[in-house]
Design a protein around this ligand. Sequence first.
Ligand code: PEP
Length: 253
Amino acid sequence: MSTRKKIIAGNWKMYKTPRESLEFLNAFLPKVHDHERDEIIIFPTATSLSTVIDRVRGTHLRAGAQTMHWLNEGPYTGQTSPNMLTSIGATHVLLGHSERRLYANETYEHVNLKIKAAIAHDLIPVLCLGELLVDRQGGFTRDIIMAQMGAALSNIPTENAKQIVIAYEPVWAIGTGSTASPEIANEVHSIIRSQLEWVFNAEIANNTRILYGGSVKPENSAALLTQPDIDGLLVGGASLDPACFAKIVHTKY
Ligand code: PEP
């Protein structure tokens, strides 16, 4: 029986102004105020992040950024640095999300630099991994996951690895309505856990939370969360509505 506390996280992508974020939280917080079974984290868009952080202060919810640069400052128009995030109270950061890899040219090397920067700034990195449909169809899921993990976790000291959260998000399941079956997801999660043992050690492998993401909804959350290697959910579209996201938080497992 695992003692890993599950995480239910909402990735709001490029949705919700600060005012819409507050409307969401005013409806959502009363529904989850006494729910301490799981960690709940919201990843709003950059312009809503400090509004969300201020609104959840004093509650058990946490908030983080959807990406960041690895440097503290510099001539990088449009970027946000790790110390800018910690200065407003962010605790987490999503790194290597497939939409960043696909549309913002985030390379394996960038993801590695960002993981190291997050650790150095005491931000909890949520490292996203996932294969394309063509990779899965070609039988390359394991190779892709290994390559993404190998690059992202290169030269991370074992004592820092316990800070890392991983999210397995098959790209073909994100925003498409087709979820990986709980068994398929669990199979990849257990590959990730074995690789954590190989790269670090058994303790890190046993303690690392590995979330599943990709078309999660209230109808499939229980089947996913009852899998032995699924330690939480990273929810996109279904986290935008307070009632729907609260249902996922209250999943019986
Ligand atoms: C995501 O963007 O991380 C995600 C999992 O999206 P969705 O739940 O909408 O598939």
